[in-house]
Design a protein. Structure first.
Lengths: 337, 312, 250
């Protein structure tokens, strides 16, 4: 396999492995928690690397992923103590863990040679350097198969738990009354996200992996009316973004993850903009149809792509702001109901 | 290892120490408002997004103006611009689409930081004078701070603090009663803008010493620690400023004294220790005593509720 | 107290938020076939009561029983209609999908909702009078339509015992009528309904049994004996809304 083909395939597989769980991360409003996980796994990676000398070692990946889970659990615990306000618990633990990782690296801990630039944004070319050779024939970067394994695990997890993930994400309490173990599912899911983040570290670094996880799913969320459609679109945006980002980075001689992050951002804005435009056009057409006495349903294929009418947007916003006030973990003032 | 006498005997080191202390003081004090308004994480977005601004300021200075790229004022202007744009971008996504604020922040943060990393690579690959050590914006390096830098960041930081003191009454009102203080009328949005601007300034003056990656800790950790010791706003702002100052000063000292360690991570760890001590040992809100007290109160309540039934 | 079979009951149920009691020693039972209204002022612990019974909130003391058994034995016979404001209506799903979620409790590890489940979901939508909205994105629904979709999601489980948290909140007259019709149907079928309600004037229209709650049970039983002026006054103390209601009604 040629180097450029292997490397671009690696970019695509990494993007897919990160983006699919990202759909649930976005819907569960855990996006900034992924930021925390991605930073917190660094000391785990450094220490693991010192012992295994292999960023793709499964021991390193699982071990460092536990550090990511630590951030999730610490966050939940800090919220429960009621001693902190707002989103501060999410911002307290991960910088310290990340700082510890950086200090370990600069102190040359156990002769770990990780360039800080690689730590931040990864280096896809370096990651793709070690080729897997079978019978004297190169079958692409070894790392490609690591990410492929992670992708398969993620797809399998989502496929097996799809109904459970769907109902717990939408209405946690309803799922609990149905008898689902929602907390266990959530912890397992966040651990999987953590594993994915660690595995993608080599390719995307600690800082931009959050883009790979969150942005394709957010873009798909803008125009999806069904979860299954959102997952398909998420995969599509991830692949397009990976290839385009790879190309941008190649042209500018910059890190692939940086190219992907920027392209993902433009893609998000473009989709949001086109979506707004489409709503305006449809609203105009609907007004015309209404004045002509025709029904303005949104069934069929048009319904699949059709957008909410936002007729109740104002009311909904109001309800939500009320809910947010009530449910925010306001440490000092929260009431039970 | 540089010992303290040698450290403070050296004019540059002394200035660096006091300079970073001022940065910590400003960030800690103003971070209190971000903390109390429950918007701590937006500071992460602003800090990361300061990178492209700082780098573009460098490029503009070198390429367009033909002057030295290491100008603190230029850095601050650039960083404030992109930091503010990123925060507005995140808020506008959350307001105009169905994407929630946490995801909106993640999108904004990664786009701006990704762009910053691309610009960084362009600078690294290009023939720009004075580009050595430009990567220090990532994790901070207090030892390259010049007297002129120091004077600028101190002046800008002082300006932010003065704004806070002048509008103290309005800031307090907005922080504790965002709904009812709309009686301030149009001034509510002016006060919000002002408060936001001071917070952005507090964040970006730390870019050189602490770096964009970990600046969030200097804004979030001191108020979270201070909150465990005090319940009043003046107390919190003062204590948070003090914690920020101590953490930054000690961090800067250690990073220079030990040598070859970026300043940001050391400052962050120092602040984290202060936070842990506050969480464990504060007399009224120690996590240990609070948990015990709560468990005991629940247990006695449980017993009371159980015994009274048997009477019935 | 009624002497018939009991659909659910709590014994000495108390809930505390941290160390502050929200519910104190709640004893009450719901006879099979009744519509029990949980009535009380804001902060009385109405939602907390049914959440504690359903295991969503851990009680400090006490137990709950359903048809004489603990919750885990009889989950399939219990339906819960949560408050519609508790979820994100921008979630990418259609109304029929939302209603089908009610069948997820019966699916094992492998089975996915198929034609049979969707047909049942459609029947529930017809029951609540919104079959034409089946393919709508849930964010398009009005407040009343949301409540009806939530009711349909509970109906699809075909439970014997319903818990409804503020089903009439933010609802239009048409939706209200549709929901009242469903409630009447359920009652005619001998189902039991526990309903959190805060609008005093309509209590009598929906409920034949009432539990007046204000941190603890003020009165519980058939509406005629429990829903009295004196009990309401005790539960609401001197709240304006209740005073106005007492002037005109009962």
């Amino acid at each position: 396999m040629s180097f450029i083909l292997g490397t671009s395939l690696l970019a695509v597989v990494t993007a897919l492995a990160c983006a699919l769980p990202g759909a649930f991360v976005v819907l569960r409003r855990n996006s900034m928690l992924v930021e925390g996980i991605a930073h917190a796994v660094l000391p785990g990676i450094v220490v693991g690397y010192a012992f295994t000398l292999d960023l793709n070692s499964p021991w390193l990946i699982v071990g460092a992923a536990l550090a990511g889970l630590l951030v999730v659990l610490c966050n939940e615990w800090l919220i429960r103590t009621g001693l902190l306000t707002g989103d501060a618990p999410q911002g307290l633990v991960f910088p310290a863990l990340f700082a510890a990782g950086i200090i370990l690296i600069t102190l040359d801990f156990n002769h770990v040679h990780l360039h800080t630039h690689v730590v931040l944004v990864g280096d896809l070319n370096l990651a793709a350097f070690h080729q897997l050779v079978v019978n004297g024939v190169s079958i692409g970067p070894r790392y490609l198969y690591v990410m492929l394994a992670v992708l398969i695990v993620n797809v399998a997890f989502i496929a097996i738990f799809y109904p459970k993930l769907k109902v717990t994400t939408f209405d946690d309490q309803f799922a609990m009354v149905l008898g689902m173990r929602t907390k266990l599912l959530n912890t397992a899911f966040m651990f999987l996200v953590s594993v994915t983040v660690v595995a993608a570290f080599h390719a995307a670094g600690a800082l931009l992996v959050i883009s790979l996880v969150v942005v394709p799913a957010a873009t798909a969320h803008l125009i999806s009316q069904r979860l299954s459609v959102m997952l398909v679109l998420t995969a599509l945006f991830a692949v397009v973004g990976a290839l385009a980002g790879f190309w941008i980075a190649y042209v500018l001689n910059a890190a692939t993850s940086a190219g992907m992050a920027v392209f993902y951002g433009f893609m998000f804005v473009a989709v949001a903009f086109i979506d707004k435009l489409a709503i305006r056009v449809r609203r105009y057409r609907r007004a015309e149809a209404a004045s002509a006495g025709r029904p303005a349903g949104n069934l069929g294929i048009e319904g699949l792509l059709a957008k909410p009418r936002y007729a109740f947007a104002a009311q909904r916003r109001q309800e939500e702001s009320g809910r947010r006030d009530g449910s925010a973990p306001a440490a000092d003032t929260q009431a039970a109901e | 290892m540089v010992d303290p006498i040698e450290f403070f005997g050296n004019h540059t080191f002394r200035m660096v120490f006091f300079g970073t202390t001022v940065i910590g003081l400003v960030a800690g004090a103003l971070g209190s408002f971000a903390y109390l308004r429950k918007q701590s994480l937006i500071s992460d977005v602003i800090a990361h997004s300061a990178l492209p601004g700082a780098l573009l300021a460098f490029l503009t200075a070198v390429v367009v103006l033909g002057v030295s790229g290491r100008n603190m004022l230029g850095l601050i202007v650039g960083a404030v611009t992109t930091g503010t744009l990123a925060a507005l971008f995140a808020n506008s996504i959350a307001a105009r689409t169905k994407i929630r604020i946490d995801t909106a922040m993640a999108i904004s943060l990664t786009v701006f930081f990704g762009a910053g990393m691309i610009v960084l690579r362009i600078i690294a690959n290009g023939p720009f004078p004075g580009k050595g050590g430009i990567e220090d914006y990532l994790f901070g390096n207090a030892s390259v701070i010049t007297i002129a830098d120091l004077a600028t960041s101190t002046a800008v930081g002082a300006l932010a603090l003065i704004l806070m003191l002048v509008f103290w009454k309005e800031f307090t009102l907005r922080t504790f009663d965002p709904v009812h203080s709309t009686v301030l009328g149009f001034r509510a949005s002016v006060i919000d803008t002002l408060m936001f601007t001071t917070i952005v300034i507090a964040i970006v003056i730390g870019v050189q010493a602490v770096g964009v990656v970990l600046m969030i800790a200097v804004v979030v950790t001191p108020p979270a620690a201070a909150r465990q010791w005090t319940s009043t706003l003046p107390g919190m702002v003062a204590l948070s400023g003090a914690f920020g100052a101590i953490g930054s000063g000690v961090g800067a000292y250690l990073s220079i004294a030990v040598g070859n360690i970026p300043t940001g991570p050391v400052i962050v760890l120092t602040l984290f220790v202060i936070f842990l001590v506050s969480l464990l040992a504060s007399p009224r809100r120690s996590v240990i005593t609070t948990t015990l007290r709560r468990a005991r109160a629940r247990e006695s309540l449980r017993r009371e509720l159980l015994t009274e039934t048997t009477d019935r | 107290m009624s002497t018939g079979p009991i659909a659910c009951q709590t014994r000495n149920l108390s809930v505390a938020y941290r160390a502050d009691p929200v519910l104190r020693r709640v004893h009450f039972s719901v006879p099979v076939g009744s519509v029990m209204g949980i009535i009380g002022p804001n902060g009385a612990g109405k939602s907390t009561l049914i959440k504690a019974m359903l295991g969503l909130v851990t009680p400090l003391t006490g137990t709950s029983e359903f048809f004489g058994q603990p919750l885990d034995q009889v989950r399939r016979r219990i339906g819960y209609m949560s408050q519609s404001t508790s979820v994100d209506w921008d979630f990418p799903t259609t109304v029929i999908d939302l209603v089908t979620m009610g069948t997820y409790g019966e699916l094992g590890w492998i089975r996915r909702p198929g034609k049979a489940e969707r047909a049942r979901a459609m029947a529930s939508l017809e029951q609540t009078g919104i079959p034409e909205l089946a393919s709508w994105q849930i964010g398009e629904l009005s407040g009343g339509q949301r409540q009806r979709a939530f009711l349909a999601r509970t109906l699809v489980q075909a439970p014997d015992l319903y818990f409804m948290d503020e089903p009439f909140q933010g609802i239009d007259a048409k939706s209200q009528q549709a929901m009242v019709d469903v409630l009447k149907d359920l009652r005619a079928q001998g189902k039991t309904i526990v309903i959190v309600h805060h609008h005093l004037a309509t209590v009598r229209d929906y409920c034949d049994h009432v539990t007046l709650l204000n941190g603890s049970v003020v009165a519980s039983g058939p509406a005629d004996t429990a829903f009295t002026k004196e009990n309401i006054r005790t539960a609401y103390k001197a709240r304006e809304g209740a005073e106005a209601f007492l002037e005109t009604a009962v």
